[in-house]
Write a protein that binds this ligand. Structure first.
Ligand code: 13P
Length: 287
């Protein structure tokens, strides 16, 4: 059964570790992440962006697939199915479809509008026993080939949003989605520290988990980060393993073209990446 991310994140914050959010793209992705979480006895959050939701033919399909897998694979660790960077309308759709967690990304709105929309969603999420993530300060990343610098959130705005009763809060601290550029300045721990001082027990969320050095991940967890999002790193691992398989000509040997064989190295690579992250984040054995 899917659960809200609330308990797992409150436990993580109190226990000084983080739960990984791993974004899913298809059946292989979902199965790899769920099996790894079960093997490591770790709680896990499956992230679905609006784009990936569309790609997987809609939120209802995803809910059916994930619930079916939890049942058929005998998954007993806590699993939250979470909308990543949702619009207001996307959040409503996921509530209806049976997700257990949503993120409303109102960071591109003026703060008053972000507060107004987040307030409405706090009420709706509570009615459905779902967790709600809000965002302050935009998270940079590649757009049209230009890598935007991650903007640092205003700690006072973070407090205003945290006080609305959201479950967890994503705050920009110089992090970006995708690969980090050579000249990246690193995370702003000063900003993170100021945010945690004002928001207290609120589990903080670090987006753009791909490519952040281990020591920075550990420091971020020590300063209140309890959820870390990873997407690109699983994609890179999957693509590399699949490329090697094809470049070695294995798809041309026997029935090597069978998707069950062709996608197996990528599947294993996702499992290895998720394992590495769960160990680094400290969530192993915390289910
Ligand atoms: P990366 O793709 O950089 O790992 O970021 C994932 C993320 O933050 C999803 O919201």
């Amino acid at each position: 059964m899917l659960v809200s991310a609330k308990d797992m994140l409150n436990k993580a914050k109190a226990g000084h570790y983080a739960v990984g959010q791993f974004n899913i793209n298809n059946l292989e992705w979902t199965k790899a992440i769920l099996l790894t979480a079960q093997e490591l006895n770790s709680p896990v959050i499956l992230g679905v962006s609006e784009g990936a939701g569309k790609y997987m033919t809609g939120y209802k399909t995803i809910v059916g697939m994930v619930n079916g897998m939890i049942d058929e694979l005998g998954i007993t660790v806590p699993v939250a199915l979470h909308l990543d960077h949702g619009s207001y309308e996307g959040c409503l759709k996921c509530v209806e479809a049976g997700f257990s967690s949503i993120m409303f990304d109102g960071s591109h709105y003026p703060i008053d509008e972000n507060i107004a929309k987040t307030t409405e969603l706090v009420k709706i999420a509570a009615e459905h026993n779902m967790s709600l993530e809000a965002e302050v300060g935009s998270i940079g990343g590649e757009e049209d080939g230009v890598i935007g610098k991650g903007e640092c959130a205003d700690p006072n705005e973070c407090k205003s949003i945290a006080d609305l009763g959201v479950t967890m809060l994503a705050a920009g601290i110089g992090n970006i989605h995708g690969k980090y550029p050579e000249n990246w300045e690193g995370l702003s721990f000063e900003t993170l520290d100021a945010i945690q001082q004002l928001t207290g027990d609120m589990p903080l969320v670090l987006h753009g988990g791909t490519g952040i050095p281990e020591d920075m991940i550990k420091k971020a967890i020590s300063l209140g980060v309890a959820k870390i999002n990873v997407n690109t790193e699983c994609q890179l691992a999957f693509a590399e393993a699949t490329r090697k398989y094809i470049e070695a000509g294995k798809d041309l040997e026997g029935k090597g073209f069978d998707p069950r064989k062709l996608l197996a190295p990528g599947f294993d690579a996702i499992k290895a990446t998720v394992k590495e992250k769960m160990e680094l984040f400290g969530s192993v054995g915390k289910a």
